[in-house]
Ligand binder design. Structure first.
Ligand code: BGC
Length: 730
């Protein structure tokens, strides 16, 4: 009897408990009702607590209600090794070695949206395995100067290219229940004085160039979070900027996710409260270099924020909006029932990294078809250069990674010619720690050079592996490059080797263009960017011809620094006067400047050679007159007339022939990457819509087109135009 009563009681008690499952925990309910339900149960203090960090890389949930914390990680090329709870030191975990994916410049250089999706998927799986909810990336700032220390983390100089590649990355990451945090919103286009430099620019440049990829990330990619930048925009810090956050991001683009500060990017409680900042991270730190005794309760969006709310200085609706966004982010990620468990450093992920690294490599020069190399023909191969065997995954700032595997170029090349590869260091960069760089003496450079030259005399092939290396001021956060030329006396080394051995192939590892005074004497060059875990294998793939190179430059290589728009108006245009920087080149960034000003680049935007030859046929056009809302379909046949399989990226540019405002000669509006077997032909088709003809009007504050004459250009690069199609917009 007692047993029966007990069972009845359990049943009676259990039923109401089940019926009372709160809406916010009920995964069958729509996210918005769960958000509202959770919000209604939270105290003001609990809501405020969610608006700021509780450790270096986490922000609180609501422990009383069982709502979990948000765990964030850098980004954007892999999951960073675990950082200590309360300081910037590495935690020293032994289970956090990851796959290092190639840098985002490399991804952009593939011009391959499928690969961007594979990259995002593999990255998400690594995030899941490491229990990360938010990955701090991708970065889509625009490369306006080749000196910017962080260009390697971004997707080049063209807004359309960056927009097109960041969307599949974001979608692939987020379909796994991991949020992307698109950064750095916006105009963080230089590292020098990044914490306070105030950017002044026209509305046109802002919308057409710098906001464009962010808009795509939010509207098309549906990114769940975005990181405010360090710099100021028109006098106000980017992390609490009324124009870019309230009006544009949350107003025009209807962003429903969270604005997270860059670490230490918040500077004012009231402004942060009112201008759309949702989560404050990393306050009172100076980037990666210094720390102060500043407790999380003292953050701008902590106690001071609570006080303002209690005093009625900030309305409760503001707090509710922030808390709702944070809850939404938690439901989308940490409380997402579809989140899997992921996997890390797997062979599959390594293969994704290798495919991206392979396709990213740009063949810049190949005189007399010296490449691909028949490795069996060479008895003595000399690899010269520090980049031949140093890690290019570590260093560089917050994007540095601890890879489980990393093949160096020397390893990759040695596998192709076992026992026949020698190595000479050639130059040395010295240690670079927290902005301090070890100085290497001239005597050391001379002796390393002499040793390499001696070895080169005896070799029947020299493979030079140099470039930049993620040291401070060499493609690294918190400092820009100080010269356009190669560092560490490399020019002299290259010239000295060329005097004794002309059988010379150059492997350039960098995230930025460099000056090339030796270009005419170097028979072959490949640009490899930073290839991540598989860098060395990918370099060997391309040098040996296992992979036919198909990367195309995502940025213009100028002959000299002064050729760039950002360097054509004196120092106020770059780097500024330490208070302001004025983007005087306006919308003419990258090739838009070179084209319009008729400056010959060293290597143009969109350029990249192949081991095969592609022939473009005559295009067909559906009509030459287009009305608003209509379109024109252009079809162009492309044939592989060489003897090996290859990939070609067919590019569509459009130019407005006559316009009431200055427009670039032409702008990228479409591209398609196709794979062709020898002898194979495919027809690439582009649909030109009136959207592609628009510019942002400073007067109307909107995108507009003007009727009249336009030209469509189909090319293999921005300067190798195969056909021009004039048309009219009525
Ligand atoms: C960088 C961000 C990074 C953050 C956290 C900042 O210094 O600018 O890109 O995500 O640190 O490491």
């Amino acid at each position: 009897m007692k047993k029966i009563i007990a069972v009845l009681m359990v049943a009676l008690i259990a039923k109401p408990v089940l019926a009372q499952l709160p809406v916010y925990l009920d995964e069958t309910k729509p996210i918005e009702s769960r958000v509202q339900d959770a919000l209604s149960r939270m105290t003001t203090e609990e809501k405020v607590a969610m608006c700021h960090a509780q450790s270096k890389f986490t922000s609180p949930g609501c422990p009383r209600l069982g709502i979990p914390e948000l765990h964030m990680s850098d980004g954007p090329h892999g999951v960073r090794a675990e950082i200590n709870w309360d300081n910037w030191g590495y935690a020293g975990w032994t289970n956090d070695s990851c796959t290092a994916f190639p840098s985002l410049t490399a991804l952009a250089s593939t011009w391959n949206t499928d690969l961007a999706a594979q990259y995002g998927q593999a990255l998400a799986e690594e995030c899941l395995y490491r229990n990360k909810n938010v990955i701090l990336g991708p970065g889509v700032n625009i490369a306006r100067t080749p000196l910017n220390g962080r260009n390697f983390e971004y997707m080049g100089e063209d807004p359309f290219l960056a927009a097109t590649l960041c969307v599949p990355y974001i979608q692939a990451v987020q379909k796994n229940g991991v949020a992307t945090c698109v950064k750095h919103y916006v105009l963080n286009d230089q590292e020098l004085w990044r914490g306070h430099i105030n950017v002044e620019l026209s509305d046109r440049a802002l919308h057409e160039i710098y906001l464009y990829p962010f808009k795509a990330a939010i509207e098309k990619g549906k990114a769940w979070s975005i990181m405010g930048a360090y710099n100021k925009i028109r006098g106000q810090h980017a992390c609490h900027n009324d124009l870019t956050i309230n009006k544009i991001l949350k107003g025009d683009w209807k962003f429903d996710g969270c604005v997270i500060t860059d670490w230490g990017g918040c500077h004012d409680t009231y402004e942060a409260a009112m201008n759309g900042l949702d989560i404050e991270m990393g306050s009172y730190t100076n980037g990666l270099t210094s720390e102060s005794k500043f407790t999380y309760d003292d953050y701008y969006l902590a106690k001071p924020f609570l006080k303002m709310i209690k005093e009625g200085k900030v309305p409760m609706t503001v707090l509710n909006d922030k808390a709702s966004r944070i809850l939404r982010l938690i439901f989308r990620t940490a409380m997402n029932k579809n989140r899997g468990f992921g996997s890390m450093a797997s062979a599959e992920h390594y293969n994704v990294a290798r495919k991206v690294a392979d396709e990213a490599i740009v063949l810049l020069k190949n005189e007399n078809n010296i490449l691909p190399l028949k490795f069996d023909d060479y008895k003595k191969i000399l690899v010269v250069g520090e980049n031949g065997r140093r890690t290019l995954v570590q260093a560089g700032g917050s994007s540095e990674l601890k890879p489980k595997h990393e093949t160096s170029p020397l390893e990759g090349i040695s596998k192709l010619a076992p026992g026949r590869v020698k190595y000479a260091e050639g130059y040395r960069s010295g240690a670079s720690m927290f902005g301090r760089v070890e100085v290497i003496s001239d005597a050391v450079y001379e002796s390393l050079r002499a040793e390499a030259v001696e070895a080169a005399k005896d070799a029947d092939l020299v493979i030079y592996v140099g470039g930049l290396n993620k040291n401070h001021e060499q493609d690294c956060e918190a400092g820009d490059r100080t010269t356009f030329g190669l560092p560490f006396c490399q020019d002299k080394l290259i010239e000295s080797i060329l005097q004794v051995n002309k059988n010379f192939v150059m492997v350039l590892c960098s995230g930025n263009p460099v000056m090339m005074p030796w270009l005419k004497d170097v028979p072959a060059i490949i640009q490899t960017w930073y290839g991540g875990s598989a860098a060395g294998d990918a370099i060997a793939d391309v040098l040996s011809g296992k992979v036919n190179p198909s990367g195309k430059l995502p940025m213009t290589y100028g002959v000299k620094l002064e050729d760039y728009g950002a360097h054509s108006f004196g120092s106020i245009c770059y780097p500024g006067d330490s208070i302001n920087v004025e983007y005087k080149e306006d919308v003419l960034v990258g090739y838009r400047w070179f084209d319009t000003k008729k400056i010959k680049p060293q290597f143009p935007f969109g350029f990249g050679l192949s081991y095969t030859t592609f022939e473009y046929g005559k295009p067909t056009v559906s009509t030459k007159t287009m009305s608003a809302g209509g379109n024109i379909i252009v079809r162009v046949p492309v044939k592989n007339v060489g003897s090996v399989e290859g990939k070609e990226t067919v590019q569509l540019y459009i130019g407005d022939v006559k316009c009431s405002v200055t427009r670039p000669l032409k702008e990228l509006k479409g591209f398609e990457k196709i794979s062709l077997a020898p002898g194979e032909e495919k027809v690439v088709s582009f649909t030109i819509t009136d959207d592609m003809l628009k510019f942002y009007s400073d007067r109307k504050h909107d995108w507009v087109f003007e009727s009249g004459a336009f030209k469509a250009y189909i090319g293999s690069s921005s300067r190798d135009i195969k056909c021009t199609i004039p048309f009219t917009l009525k």
